[in-house]
Design a protein around this ligand. Structure first.
Ligand code: GP9
Ligand code: MN
Length: 414
C-alpha cells in the first residue's frame, strides 16, 4: 500500500540512489550506446590462459583503453539472461523465483529504454531468437523499446548456425546494415548466443584447444568464449569501418555464469585451488567494460554489480536522474553503497564475502566465522549487519515488483 511504498522510496532515496559522479556527467552526451551482452562470459577467463594460450586476446587488449571493472558481479537468478536485462535496465533485483520477464511483464517500470526515449534516443534490441523467448516481446514493449530485431531480422541457415542458433560473427555482421540506417542517437543492445551451454562449436570455428578435465562443458567453454571474443573483435573492426564507432560508446557485460558448481572438480583443477563457497561467490564475477573512443580508461577494482549499470549509463549520457529510484549507484561515483547483494542473500563488501552462513575475508578467502554458530562470548559476526541490510533491500525490491508499486509513484516525467 501507500505507506509501504513511502518506506521503500525513502530508503531508496537515502541509501541507494546516491549522488552521481559530476566528473563523468555527460562525457558521452548524445553519443550512441552499443551495449553488448556477452552470453555466459565470466571474469575468470579474462587475462587468463589455457594451455599457455590467452583465452580472450581481444577482450584482454580492450582493457587498455576502457574502464574495466574487475570486481563486477552478476546478480541474476532463475531468469538468467532476462534477469540480467531486467537488472541492468531497472536497477531492481530479479525475482527470487521465476523470471520477472514472465511473471510481472505488465508492471509499471521506469526503465532505461523509456528514459532514453524521453531524451531523444532510438532504442532497440538485437538478438537472434524467437521474440517470445523469455517473453521479451511483451517486456520490451512495456519498457519502451522502439524495436526488437529478433530472429526474423536475420538470415539464419544451417551453415551459419550452431547450438542455439545464429553464430555470433554472423549475428554482428548482419546487424550492421540496420545500424547504418538507424536514427541517431541510438541505444542498441546486442545479446550474443554462441557461448551458451552446452558450448557447442563447429570444428572450423575453433581457434583454441579444448581443455582437458572431467567436464566436457568446461573443456568446450574455452573454445566458445574465444569464438565470442573474435566475434566482438570483428564487430569493433566493422564499427570503425562504417564510421559508427566514433559517435558511440560501447559497453560490454557478461550476463551470468556459464560454468555452474556442478563442474566444481574441473574448475578447481583449472584454477588450481579448492572449491569453497568463497570461490563460488568470487566466480560470479563477470566482465564489465565502458569503452569510450578516445579515452584511456582504467582498471577499477571497487566492488560493483549489474544493479549499478542503469545509473552509470544515465550519468555518462548527461541525463538527470535525481527523480529516479534505483538500488544501484553510478559506478564512477565516490559515494557508493558498501555492499553488492546477490539474489540468494550472499553478498560482497570491500572487506568481506558472505555465502551460506560463512563469512570470509575478501582479499584472502580466509574464513572469519560461521554466522550461525553460537559464540561463547556472544559476539556477532562482522557479516551480521550486512546480512540484515541485504535481506531488507532484496525484500523491498520484491515488494515493488510483486505489488507493482511503481504504478503509485510519480517520477515527475512529462
Ligand atoms: C536466449 C538467450 C539465452 O534467447 O538469451 O538465454 P539464457 O538461457 O542464458 O537465459
Ligand atoms: Mn544467458
Amino acid at each position: 500500500d501507500g505507506n509501504e511504498l513511502n518506506a521503500i522510496t525513502d530508503y531508496m532515496k537515502e541509501e541507494t540512489s546516491k549522488p552521481v559522479s559530476e566528473e563523468m556527467f555527460g562525457v558521452a552526451k548524445d553519443k550512441n550506446v552499443i551495449f553488448i551482452s556477452l552470453e555466459s562470459v565470466q571474469s575468470f577467463v579474462i587475462n587468463n590462459t589455457m594451455n599457455g594460450e590467452e583465452v580472450t586476446p581481444f577482450l584482454n587488449d580492450l582493457i587498455d583503453d576502457s574502464y574495466y571493472f574487475e570486481n563486477f558481479y552478476h546478480q541474476t537468478a532463475q531468469g538468467k539472461t532476462s534477469d540480467s536485462e531486467f537488472i541492468v535496465e531497472n536497477s531492481l533485483y530479479p525475482s527470487p523465483r521465476g523470471a520477472v520477464y514472465f511473471t510481472h511483464a505488465q508492471n509499471d517500470f521506469h526503465s532505461l529504454p523509456e528514459m532514453l526515449g524521453n531524451n531523444g534516443y532510438y532504442t532497440s534490441v538485437f538478438h537472434s531468437n524467437n521474440k517470445s523467448f523469455w517473453n521479451r516481446d511483451v517486456m520490451y514493449d512495456n519498457t519502451g523499446y522502439d524495436h526488437f530485431y529478433d530472429i526474423n531480422a536475420f538470415e539464419v541457415t544451417d551453415e551459419n548456425s550452431v547450438g542455439w542458433g545464429l553464430k555470433d560473427k554472423e549475428f554482428f555482421k548482419q546487424s550492421l546494415k540496420y545500424m547504418q540506417q538507424m536514427e541517431k542517437p541510438f541505444y542498441s543492445k546486442f545479446i550474443t548466443l554462441t557461448n551458451h551451454y552446452p558450448f557447442d562449436l563447429d570444428e572450423e570455428d575453433a581457434t583454441i584447444e579444448k581443455y582437458d578435465s572431467n567436464s566436457n562443458t568446461l573443456n568446450q567453454y574455452f573454445q566458445t568464449v574465444r569464438y565470442t571474443d573474435e566475434a566482438v573483435e570483428d564487430f569493433f573492426t566493422n564499427l570503425k569501418e562504417t564510421g559508427l564507432y566514433e559517435d558511440s560508446i560501447i559497453i560490454l557485460m557478461g550476463d551470468h555464469y556459464g560454468i555452474s558448481d556442478f563442474h566444481k572438480k574441473a574448475m578447481s583443477q583449472y584454477l588450481d585451488t579448492e572449491y569453497t563457497d568463497y570461490l563460488h561467490t568470487q566466480l560470479q564475477r563477470v566482465p564489465f567494460y565502458v569503452h569510450i573512443p578516445g579515452e584511456d580508461g582504467e582498471v577499477i577494482s571497487k566492488i560493483s554489480g549489474q544493479i549499478d549499470v542503469k545509473p552509470t549509463i544515465l550519468n555518462l549520457l548527461g541525463i538527470d536522474q535525481s527523480n529516479d529510484l534505483s538500488f544501484g549507484t553510478d559506478l564512477f561515483s565516490e559515494d557508493r553503497k558498501d555492499f553488492i547483494a546477490l539474489r540468494d542473500g550472499s553478498f560482497i563488501t570491500e572487506d568481506y564475502v558472505y555465502a551460506k552462513d560463512q563469512c570470509y575475508e575478501r582479499e584472502t578467502g580466509d574464513l572469519i566465522d560461521t554466522t550461525t554458530a553460537s559464540d561463547d562470548e556472544g559476539e556477532e559476526s562482522v557479516c551480521k549487519p550486512y546480512i540484515d541490510k541485504v535481506e531488507k533491500e532484496l525484500g523491498y525490491s520484491d515488494e515493488i515488483i510483486f505489488g507493482d508499486l511503481f504504478r503509485f509513484y510519480d517520477f515527475g516525467d512529462e
